[in-house]
Each structure stands twice: as C-alpha cells, then as structure tokens.
Ligand binder design. Sequence first.
Ligand code: PEP
Length: 249
Amino acid sequence: MRTPVVAGNWKMNKTAAEAAAFVDEVSPLIVGSSGREVIIAPTFPALAATVAAARGSNIRVSAQNLHWEASGAYTGEVSAGMLVEIGCTHVIIGHSERRQYFGENDGTVHLKTLAALDAGLTPIVCVGETLEQREAGNTEAVLTEQFTAGVGALQPEQFAELILAYEPVWAIGTGRTATPEIAEAAHREIRALAAECFGETTAGNVRILYGGSVKPSNFTGLLGCPNIDGGLVGGASLDPQSFAALVRA
Ligand code: PEP
C-alpha cells in the first residue's frame, strides 16, 4: 500500500513570513486528513520559518535543490547536511526548471540523489519530457534515459527511500494538464523501468507523483489512476484553500 503524497513546490515565491502564515492558515484545514504525506517546498530563506510553523502538524518541509558536496567552495550552494540541520525532510531534485535554466542534468541528479540519501533526506526526483520530445514520439526514450542515468544505478535499498515525480515539461505552469490516460501511461512506464532495475516488489512500493498544472478540479481524476500516487504541485499549492483542497482530495 503506497501512502499518497501531496507536495507543494513554491518555486521562487513567498517570503519567510508569508510561508509561516500559509502554514498557520492551512494546518487547521487539513487536520483530519490522515493517511497521506503533506510536503511543502519553500525557498531556502523560508525553510527554517516553515519548519518552525509546521512543528506539531503533519506538514513536512522540503528544499527545492541541494549541492552534492558536504561543504566547500561552491558559492551560492547548500548541502544536504545543512538542510537536515534546519529540519528539512525532503528535497526536490532534477526539476525541469533546474534542468532548463541551471544546467542540471541526469549526472547531477544522480550525485544529488546520493547526497540526499546519505544525509537522510528523501529525494523527490523529477523526470519528464518536453513537448518537442513528446511530439517526436520520444517520451519513452527520454523517461528511460532520465530514469536510468539519474536513479537506475542506486542500490535497491537506496531506491526504496525515494519518491519519483513525472512532470511533463509541457504541462508545468501552462494550465495544460496531462489527461489521466497520458499521465497513467507514463507512470506505468516509469514503474516498469523501476521493476527492471530493482525488481517488482521495490517498484510496486515506490511513490510516483504527477506534476503539471494540477488543480483541485483535476486532481481526483489523476489520483484515480492505479500508478499515480499523488501530486507535485506548483501554482495551485500557493493558495492555502486550494492546497488544503488538494490534500483532502
Ligand atoms: C511544478 O513546478 O513542479 C509544477 C508542477 O508546477 P505547476 O503545478 O504550476 O504546473
């Protein structure tokens, strides 16, 4: 049985004070929502305030990125140990915006995933194809490459600790959600890749989130698919009412 996950990726939005106010507002709205994992990923400067505000609730706090080294001459970067120290439990790795704007690739995804796991953080590893790749019929090849190079060489016990997110780039922030059929086909494919590398049992236990223009109005349909275990949500996670509705879905 895979516990569903609702994870909000706030990207470069909300100050520390706004993040804490969000948690204060959302916590009572999701009090009775047991049986699911709730995660918020604010910006680095808002992490500590979010952790403090979330204390005593079932909200976990994720970073949006990390560096794979523990310390050193890496101006502007933050290590896994630093995130653990301030109370983070998760970290998003390989988001398409990081791949597109900041040179992240499957190699860095691999290094970051290992660093996160070593420090005891749960990586939320993102994969997904661009519109061009989908239209060229390359979705399966792209997912295979990203999966294999990013997480395919982990030890099975390491892989068992992570969460995957299928985020078709054409659906992120566009209002164009993948249909449940399209999303489910990709999730099935990713689970099959996991089974090839790590065996059926491990593959059957890994959570695969869908991300890309998720809203309360389309989330239930996506969650009805057998291989979709929750959502990684950008825009709709910024509003407390809408985030709470996603958690309750
Ligand atoms: C995301 O940033 O991971 C995302 C899925 O964004 P949105 O929900 O806004 O499409």
